[in-house]
Write a protein that binds this ligand. Structure first.
Ligand code: ASP
Ligand code: MG
Length: 441
């Protein structure tokens, strides 16, 4: 059995959705198709909830009507048969009535989560109707019946496995299943989600717990590139990556994959293949246990980083200082990405500034605090990178003209991270590319 996940742009127009139906038909055997919302929809739903939360009823109503109009048009172009069109119009009516009738007063996160879920609910129901029109027999598996997270927002693997197995057992002779990415239920049984971009995570969770043969993530780019193709020329897709390398890259900016999505597949050792819907014959990237070569495999960058330095004489020869620092971040549930220390100071980075003010104020009790916003982490990823001589020297040499704020080496064997001011990011990516991959072009 395979899990095939199609992202927002892959189902972004009626033609593309039809194309997805053809792609899944090429794949023999049992498949579970996981869909994102039609591209742009989740963003619009976020806007609608913001209006509702702010009590801007008129603005919410306009945005809902506008989206409704787009979906009516979508359905007209997707389906040709009167029966399926009628059913699709009823589906739209149901979901848009839900949006229109939402409580205008006391709109909370609870309602917001339900609003955000509409995108995946719509895309999967419309796709199911298209398959029905094409006489492709497909079973609808509602994600809200099996995808669950606990009170720390972590997926509950055994419940997901049990729920899925139970549902699948009623359809032993069926080959095509359709389900939603992104959406789930939380520990209270309320509708929730796996955070933005979470459909990849859904696919990996499903593939993992079912011990699938493979998880395919279909997007609009041919695999993970060895550098950011929007910034650097002559990048190319990497044919094979190890789970560890892919996880580092996904986290550090290779936008193709949701950062958590490698973990479940890795846990159950299910290979993940990244493929391009617009270019289905391209080889893409295969992520698995092995890797094919050594050296730097890829370079990635992550923007929007804030560096915080805490300097204190009290740190000198003292124990417990770092614990106090970390506790501040824990208090505000803010993950730390990079960290470097000296005897009298510690520098670390975060990518979520929502509690920056409080964090800085609490840290000030421990020492002198300096904050640098607009930083970028440049990350070099490769198999046992840190054990190979000369690579880091070469990388640092190619950045000789860029001020380096932090260097993190040795945290993982597969990664070296360098923090620089974001204004130097493009320059750094290009010069690293020329120096490290120049002879491969
Ligand atoms: N529709 C959700 C989002 O836009 C989930 C996803 O596409 O992966 O974030
Ligand atoms: Mg995505």
């Amino acid at each position: 059995m395979k899990v095939l996940k199609f992202g927002g742009t892959s189902v972004g127009t009626p033609e593309r959705m039809q194309h997805v139906a053809r792609l899944i038909s090429r794949e023999a055997g049992t498949k579970i198709v996981v869909l994102s919302a039609v591209s742009g929809t989740t963003n619009t739903l976020v806007r609608i909830s913001e209006h509702l939360r702010a009590g801007e009823e008129q603005k919410a109503a306009i945005a809902i009507d506008d989206l409704y109009g787009q979906y009516k048009e979508f359905v007209r172009n997707l389906l040709t048969q009167a029966e399926e069109r009628k059913q699709a119009e009823e589906v739209l009516e149901e979901h848009f009535n839900f949006l229109k009738n939402l409580r205008k007063v006391g709109f909370t996160t609870l309602e917001e989560k339900e609003v955000l879920a509409q995108g995946e609910l719509l895309s999967t129901r419309l796709f199911h109707l298209y398959l029905q029109e094409q006489q492709i027999n497909a079973v609808f598996l509602p994600a809200l019946d099996f995808m669950v997270i606990d009170d720390h927002k972590e997926p509950v693997l055994d419940k997901i496995q049990e729920g899925l197995r139970e549902q699948l057992s009623s359809f032993k002779d069926k080959k095509v299943f359709i389900t939603q990415g992104f959406i789930c239920r939380n520990h209270l049984g309320h509708v929730d989600n796996l955070r933005r971009g979470g459909s990849d995570y859904s696919a990996s969770l499903i593939g993992g717990v079912l011990h699938a043969e493979e998880v395919q993530i279909w997007t609009d780019i041919s695999g993970m590139h060895n550098n950011d193709p929007r910034i650097v020329k002559n990048t190319h897709p990497i044919a094979r990556l190890s789970f560890d390398e892919a996880a580092e890259l996904a986290y550090f900016g290779a936008k193709i994959l949701h950062p958590s999505s490698i973990l479940p597949a890795q846990k159950y050792n299910v290979p993940v293949r990244l493929l391009n819907t617009m270019e289905p014959e391209a080889e893409g990237t295969l992520i698995g246990t092995e890797t094919e070569s050594s050296g730097v495999r890829a370079i990635a960058a992550k923007d929007g980083i804030t560096a915080i330095k805490i300097k204190s004489g009290r740190m000198l020869m003292a124990y417990g200082f770092l614990r106090n620092v970390f506790e501040v971040f824990e208090r505000y549930r803010t993950p730390i990405d990079m960290i470097t220390t000296s005897e009298v100071a510690v520098s670390l980075t975060i990518d979520d500034n929502s509690h920056l003010g409080q964090i800085v104020s609490d840290l000030s009790e421990l020492g002198q605090v300096e904050v640098d916003k607009n930083q970028a982490i440049i990350c070099l990823v490769g198999y046992q990178l840190a054990e190979q001589r000369g690579i880091v020297t070469r990388a640092l040499e190619s950045l000789h003209h860029v001020p380096l704020r932090m260097i993190s080496y040795g945290g993982s064997k597969h990664n070296v991270s360098i923090l620089i001011d974001a204004q130097f990011k493009n320059e750094a990516l290009n010069s690293l590319h020329d120096n490290l991959f120049g002879d491969q072009q």
